[in-house]
Design a protein around this ligand. Structure first.
Ligand SMILES: Nc1ncnc2c1ncn2[C@@H]1O[C@H](COP(=O)(O)OP(=O)(O)O)[C@@H](O)[C@H]1O
Ligand SMILES: [Mg+2]
Length: 328
């Protein structure tokens, strides 16, 4: 198999803080790998090493067969990175931004214009092409950012949390764009804090926690380890909680997790029919609920299942933008 990205034993320390603690990654050419992990897990540090912006303290990595430390110039020719090279200008229009980037990449003016027009069309931005960026919505900006990273026709594209902070609609738009890239044969490394995003887009998922790879596999494999979805019920009356907990145990074979404060019961569940089964039992026993249904597992639940500890604790939360600025 031909690998677009290979990393072995990557270590990165910031003073006493170990940001990467021996990370291995292999991304086959033409595939999308999702790097899933909470804030501070080491996703951006990995992307920065793989884009030659940061030197690892130990380990090695190649992109397209070129070593990121010994041969950074050749690596840079192969890659695109959202939000970094795409230093888009607020006062310029979409077209002007992309043409400028093309010119910076030494494209002749005509080619730069043609490339800009093609990308704007591909990302459904043609109508907004002549408007200054300051009038763009959040989703449009991310799409332009993606378009900007593609001006140089990268073989390998890094998308570092491309949808964090977007509303569900804008997120869906970015997902569509990523799917079309993959159809074009690019290799994509996508980092995300959302299981659903990795699930929608990635061929395989690598889960990061505290600078280490803690799990990897196809989305379906990882989800099966948590159970496909989460069945939940919140009895209207607190005294019904034990009975409903018993019903959930009986239906799923697993003891539900109980939120002591609001009486919400949750349990991994593979079968959508369990909702109606639960509804029938509740009705038969005359038990009312304030909430009842199925939802996708949260990153916290995936984490809990994979690592035995929650994804986020208050003291682990850190400000991503500050970290990026200091590293730059
Ligand atoms: N420039 C830096 N200086 C000090 N610590 C940093 C720097 N960049 C990142 N870190 C720390 O390294 C860890 C991994 O950060 P990062 O790779 O940004 O994680 P992620 O992108 O998964 O949120 C975090 O604990 C973060 O605070
Ligand atoms: Mg990050």
């Amino acid at each position: 198999m031909s690998y677009a990205i290979r990393a072995e034993g990557l270590v990165k320390r910031y003073g006493d803080m170990v940001a990467l603690d021996g990370v291995d990654l292999e991304v086959p050419a033409g595939k999308v790998i999702g790097v899933l992990g909470p804030n501070g897990a080491g996703k951006t540090t990995t992307v920065r090493i793989l884009s030659t912006l940061l030197r690892p303290d130990a380990g090695r990595a190649t992109v397209g067969g070129h070593d990121v430390v010994r041969d950074p110039v050749r690596v840079r020719r192969l890659i695109g990175l959202t939000g970094q090279y795409a230093s888009v200008d607020e006062d310029l229009s979409g077209t002007e931004n992309l043409v400028l980037l093309g010119r910076l990449l030494d494209l002749p003016k005509r080619d730069a214009k043609a490339r800009a027009a093609r990308l704007l069309e591909q990302f459904s931005l043609t109508e907004a092409a002549d408007r200054p960026l300051s009038t763009f919505s959040g989703g449009m900006r991310r799409r332009l950012d993606l378009a900007a990273s593609l001006v140089g026709r990268p073989q390998v594209l890094y998308l570092d949390e491309p949808t964090t902070g977007l509303d569900p609609h804008a997120r869906g738009e970015v997902w569509d764009v990523v799917r079309s890239l993959v159809d074009d044969g690019s290799t994509v490394l996508l980092t995300t804090q959302y299981l659903e995003e990795a699930d929608q887009l990635a061929d395989s998922i690598t889960v990061f926690d505290r600078g280490r790879v803690v799990a990897e596999g196809r989305p379906g494999e990882l989800k099966r380890r948590v159970g496909g979805q989460i069945l939940l019920a919140r009895p209207s009356l607190p005294q019904d909680v034990p009975r409903v907990a018993a019903m959930l145990t009986e239906l799923t074979g697993t003891t539900p997790v109980q939120d002591g404060v609001n009486g919400l019961l949750t349990v991994p569940a593979d079968d959508p029919l369990l909702v109606s089964a639960l509804a029938r039992r509740l009705a038969a026993d005359g038990i009312g609920t304030d909430e009842m249904g199925l939802r996708l597992p949260s990153l916290d639940e995936v984490f809990l299942a994979l690592t035995g500890h929650p994804a986020t604790t208050d003291d682990e939360k850190n400000d991503d933008t500050t970290a990026e600025r200091t590293a730059a």
